[in-house]
Design a protein around this ligand. Sequence first.
Ligand code: NAD
Ligand code: WQD
Length: 336
Amino acid sequence: MKKILITGGAGYIGSHTAVVMAEAGLTPIILDDLSNSSESVIDRLEEIMGYKPIFYKGDCNDSSILNQIGKEHQLAGVIHFAAFKAVGESTQEPLKYYQNNLGSLMVLLDFMKKEGIQDLVFSSSCTVYGQPDVLPVTETTPRKDAESPYGNTKKVCEDILVDYVKSKAGVRVISLRYFNPVGAHPSAKIGELPNGIPNNLVPFVTQTAAGLRNKLTVFGNDYDTSDGSCVRDFIHVMDLADAHVKALNYLGGQSANFYDVFNVGTGHGNTVLEVVETFEKVNQITLNYEIGPKRPGDVVKIWADTKKINQILGWFPKYSLEDSLRDSWNWQKTLN
Ligand code: NAD
Ligand code: WQD
């Protein structure tokens, strides 16, 4: 069985990807410093997968732990999730974000070179598009200046990868631009664990429903959209996880010095108010919410054109928004 290193594999998207990888016959080797996750996730993975995944607690900026993993395992590829992701914090502590998000990628690329590991899947984000002029966004839609240091780290990491592949380093790389990941494993054994007050919509919705937050504020209802609230492309985390397995398989068939980028979204947008209504309907809950002021710098509307990933990777989402919001709520209920 091929062993794949998953950096940040105890985190939200990484843990779900470990499950889907194991189902596809790949062996996940997880490296995580637990800076935004908990070791209990590894036990939960054991419950879902039927065996305990190999786990190293460590920082992927630290080449000694990578070297140790390289000695102990013959790795067929790497998925690099590990990064800091809090947009607001990144404006307060930009160096923390540049150091971790850029630094870890470069240390990892050096490690891959030393070990002769060719294949890398990198976690990028639709944040690189900013507010696009034309919708839906394709992979050739121009990237915009980043709104935050966090967003800029994703853009710069993509650039580092492009330049590295151009240098004929021998690697094969895919950047996946995730739209808005939501949902949780249908077993409700793993899910998103936001730190403190959530910034993202769905964790705020589920925490409000659970009584941990008094009310949800919908940031604006007079935008130029169907109901005035913002539009996003909400993708179930299990579908997103599956895209990583498809990306790895595809890389296996490419020649050296390969780079490509794929949007990972459902291909359609939903408004914030549609999310609220759908959450209420599927979970039979009345959510306490109010319309509040716009959030400064918010993207008004964005959703993905997914033809490229559909056609080239043969990836299609299987879960609906209803599934996502039911699974997010089932997960939240286990945390109460
Ligand atoms: P997460 O915080 O849940 O997971 C990231 C994991 O990486 C955490 O477990 C954290 O402890 C670990 N980590 C951070 N720095 C590390 C380091 N130096 N060494 C080892 N481990 C480290 O975040 P997530 O939502 O699962 O996001 C995964 C990736 O996807 C990130 O790169 C993120 O920027 C990107 N992304 C996330 C979203 C989103 O909305 N969740 C959207 C687009 C892109
Ligand atoms: C979604 C919509 C809000 C909270 C962020 C990052 C971005 C990317 C994904 C990683 C918006 C509205 C939210 C609330 C609300 N991550 N909202 N009330 O804005 O797409 O982007 O996550 O790469 O970098 O910036 O996601 O979940 O914050 O917001 O009305 O309490 O929900 O205004 O329209 P967003 P989000």
